[in-house]
Design a protein around this ligand. Sequence first.
Ligand code: HDL
Ligand code: ZN
Length: 414
Amino acid sequence: MDRQIIEGMISRALAGVKITDIHTHLYSPEFGGLMLWGIDEVLTYHYLVAETMRWVDMPYADFWAMSKTEQADLIWQTLFIEHSPVSEACRGALTVLKGLGLDVSSRDLTAFRAFFAKQNPVDHVDTVFDTAGIGSVVMTNDPFDEAERQIWLSGGKTDPRFHAALRIDPLLNLWDSTCPKLKALGYDVYDTFDKGSPEGVRRFLTDWIERMDALYMAVSLPTEFAYPEDSIRCRIIDECVIPVCRQLGIPFALMIGVKRQVNSALKGAGDAVGYGSVGSVERLCARYPDNKFMVTMLARENQHELCVASRKFRNLLIFGCWWFLNNPSLIDEITRMRLELLGLSMIPQHSDARVLDQLIYKWAHSRQVIGAVLVDKYTDLAATGWAPTQDEINRDIEGLFGGNFWSFIERKGV
Ligand code: HDL
Ligand code: ZN
């Protein structure tokens, strides 16, 4: 079976799969202003802010004082007109415009804005999901965000294509400032995490997982995260997160390796990456064989060790090429490593999209890179005389782009 036949089979399977995007920062239209969409939001994505501020001398505060349109104008002028837009995030903005049928060669930002001005958010969700080949997305939902909490308390999401994930960074990473907020919400918790605190936190978690119908609980963790350790974070994991996840049958997703705010003047663009502890992941998976863990790590240097850890623990599902890894060269390297070490038992990608339209570029670019890796792997397979069928390739690709996640979610125990 030659390469060209394999390429056709992979291409057809990728064109037909409806992706489940398991980690995004998107919101459905019911969330009002929390839902970001349109070219000015695409251009002011914090990835592009960081890249722009490398070229301009203006004080960071002056940039943040600008309007969204003025920021987008500056970014467009700096990263697209004065320098060729070759970075992944720049190219992505142009892939979005091309995917929506706009004439990128015009370089006419005014015309692009006029197109978006004619769209309405509800229909635009359909347009973007269809263009990007998305079946559904998982949001990142933070009950400590006042605006978001009010929306959940007054009804929350209704669009079945938007699933919820309960994000608990404030609980695990900022206990001192979060404890009084929990108390104010009526939970019996104390800053030293004594008395009824564990039960209070378990009640909070259960209340919000049920209110959101959350598919999993998630947290991003700093490079220094260690398990076990003598800390309130570790106690909350052991006494609250683990038992609630097991009782409700949902995974705990750990996203490890962030160095938050290395340059706070950049605000959302100010985070960096560092090496994390795969040993901590192994110890969690070993200690809690009846819990399910989804893990992604931010450092390229952690990827091989994490792949090997995933071979050891069937309750560990690794996912995505997260954030600073979401670039063609690294998606290629990491996907090859995962297929060679894990076969198909992993989730190759999530988008991390913050702006609805980004789904178009993040998935177009990832399909291209992951597809090319799959062509190599299935061509190698065919060279042994094992001829994969179109149905088998469809099955495998549906698993990689959603099915593996849903099986892991629905699996009772592990
Ligand atoms: O913590 C996270 O979920 C990260 O994805 C951050 O939101 C980060 O700012 C991001 O958007 N990465 O793509
Ligand atoms: Zn994210």
